[in-house]
Design a protein around this ligand. Sequence first.
Ligand code: HEC
Ligand code: HEC
Ligand code: HEC
Length: 150
Amino acid sequence: MDSPDIYDTTNPLDPILEESHDALTGLPLDKKGAVDWMNALNSGAIVPRAGLKVTEKMEILDADIIMKNTKGMPYVKFPHSSHTRWLACVNCHDEIFTSKAGDNPVNMAKIFLGQYCGVCHGKVAFVATSSCERCHSVPRGGTDSWWYPW
Ligand code: HEC
Ligand code: HEC
Ligand code: HEC
């Protein structure tokens, strides 16, 4: 039975549309039991389209940005490659981020409030409160792998 809180039950096509729990069944999960979308993409479980036409191609940019204003935490590696396999540049540039490394005043308070990385992380991508190590993945050398393997 469709939940009217989630689905538009007034849509005449509602009875034939797939429900989310059916659509998500069998996809790989992360340590929190949420869908691990990168794993789903890498394993070929899902193959997102670039646009309505099957002929459209993703514009993939293979450029990692290392962000170093992380206090005592490991540096952040922002991988363009992973993001541009699903997202066109315009999703981020220049409304969320200017296209210049080091130009954006990001911090965790803003991310948790839904700005910068937090526009997506915590909503459509893995949440920032429980996956520090997925972003803070570049050791500064020595003793900063402090986190627990949650
Ligand atoms: C998911 C968000 C996102 C998407 C999509 C994205 N970028 Fe970026 N881009 C960033 C972030 C974050 C930075 C680093 C900003 C910072 O360091 O303050 C950046 C930096 C850049 C830079 C500056 C690099 C440098 O060394 O100064 C360029 C150029 C750039 N992006 C181009 C692109 C292009 C071209 C695309 C599409 C093919 C793209 N970006 C897609 C988030 C994104
Ligand atoms: C426009 C949306 C958007 C923004 C903004 C965004 N991301 Fe993501 N990010 C995604 C999506 C979608 C995924 C894939 C889904 C997932 O892994 O949950 C992802 C995945 C990732 C991954 C996993 C990559 C992999 O290959 O395992 C990292 C790391 C990451 N993002 C870091 C960042 C950082 C750091 C920022 C800010 C500087 C940022 N993202 C901003 C949408 C975004
Ligand atoms: C979605 C990616 C992402 C996740 C997840 C994430 N961070 Fe961050 N973090 C960033 C980015 C981007 C910056 C800013 C780096 C820069 O501007 O050079 C940052 C900066 C920081 C800073 C320094 C600035 C500040 O706000 O004090 C600390 C400390 C920090 N993070 C701790 C954490 C902790 C602890 C967690 C887990 C609870 C976490 N981060 C999870 C992306 C992330």
